[in-house]
Write a protein that binds this ligand. Structure first.
Ligand code: ATP
Ligand code: ATP
Ligand code: MG
Ligand code: MG
Length: 299
């Protein structure tokens, strides 16, 4: 194509490449979700469906980028860790950050009705997510980053669980806030236990620890090996987690070992992927019988 005389403006574009050989963490965070949660009547302090929606959107991002070693979500945020050697978009910062944020946002919209139809929660205005890329040079830095995010959900969730129980017991928001001022974790555990009979450690683990997403090989119902994005609810601060999932830090440690889904098979993220596969298969078998129209995959 002939160049127009305007073409020179292209040279003003600045391209930043992310440092090679370092972990790239892209973290997205919901904009003004305090309000978004209120407007859409999310349960306090944890709306399980809203968390599952975040997990489905996170799953979509992991399906798109095969260089993501681990995803971690809590509250209105998700972190995606790209491998040191990732070459996605030649590591162009703008491309990567904007694409992850926009794919996450559109997937959040895409899965909305699947999650909220049962409760008839209609989307009142379009949500948006910011995104940033942070580089971590060492494995230790990366582990500390993820530990920081998981410690954050612990601190917030212990506070919020105690706060909303106090409010439910009749305290005003400001009185509940005053009651909790200056309290330590042990004090909040004690309030929960003595006033409300709640043992914090028995609260659902997804609220206490957030959700880890990992690509894993699992056995299908027909006994075939397949790759799935699997949600895992574990303490990632401990060494045990990294020993159990060595392929996160070392791609070569990827074993042929099959991952046992256990009770996580019932998680929406797993059910959704299996449903899509079923639909694909059904489509294929119809096309095999000659009905190509019905074989169209709208998933
Ligand atoms: P910003 O635009 O600066 O990120 P924000 O209002 O999104 O502002 P955050 O610090 O990101 O503030 O906090 C997220 C808010 O969303 C918190 O108030 C949190 O309690 C709420 N929230 C997120 N997920 C859920 C959920 N699943 N159920 C209920 N509330 C949630
Ligand atoms: P990249 O991811 O690098 O942006 P791309 O495939 O999106 O790759 P673009 O250079 O952005 O490439 O080009 C957009 C493409 O979409 C062009 O092929 C253009 O013809 C097509 N396209 C965009 N809008 C329309 C439209 N309204 N109707 C038909 N084709 C369209
Ligand atoms: Mg936010
Ligand atoms: Mg947040």
């Amino acid at each position: 194509m002939a160049l127009s005389r305007f073409e020179y403006v292209k040279q003003f574009e600045q391209e930043e490449k992310l440092l090679p050989n370092s972990w790239i963490v892209v973290r997205i965070d919901g904009k003004g979700f305090h309000r978004f949660c209120n407007v859409h009547s999310f349960s306090k302090p944890n709306d399980l469906d809203a968390l599952q929606l975040m997990n489905l959107a996170g799953m979509t991002v992991l399906q798109e980028f095969n260089e993501i070693a681990i995803g971690y979500g809590q509250s209105d945020e998700y972190s995606f860790v790209f491998r040191r050697e990732a070459s996605v978009y030649q590591r162009r910062r703008d491309k990567l950050v904007s694409y992850v944020a926009s794919l996450f946002t559109s997937a959040y919209m895409f899965h909305w009705t699947r999650v909220f139809d049962g409760r008839s929660i209609a989307m009142r205005y379009p949500p948006s997510f910011d995104a940033r890329a942070v580089l971590y040079p060492t494995d230790e830095n990366l582990r500390d980053y993820l530990s920081w995010r998981q410690a954050d959900v612990h601190v917030n969730n212990l506070y919020n669980t105690t706060f909303w129980n106090l409010v439910a017991s009749g305290l005003s928001n400001s009185d509940a806030e005053k009651r909790l001022q200056g309290t330590l974790a042990s004090d909040k555990n004690e309030i929960l236990f003595s006033q409300f009979g709640i043992n914090y450690n028995n609260e659902p683990i997804i609220y206490r620890k957030g959700t880890i997403l990992l690509p894993k090989s699992v056995l299908s119902s027909e006994g075939k090996k397949q790759r799935l994005i699997v949600p895992i609810f574990e303490d990632l601060i401990s060494d045990a987690f990294w020993a159990k999932h060595p392929e996160i830090l070392d791609k070569k440690a990827k074993t042929d070992e099959l991952y046992d889904l256990g009770e996580n098979e019932a998680q929406p993220v797993v059910r959704y992927q299996l449903e899509v596969q079923e639909r694909r298969k059904a489509g294929m078998s119809k096309s095999e019988t000659g009905n190509s129209l019905l074989a169209t995959d709208h998933s």
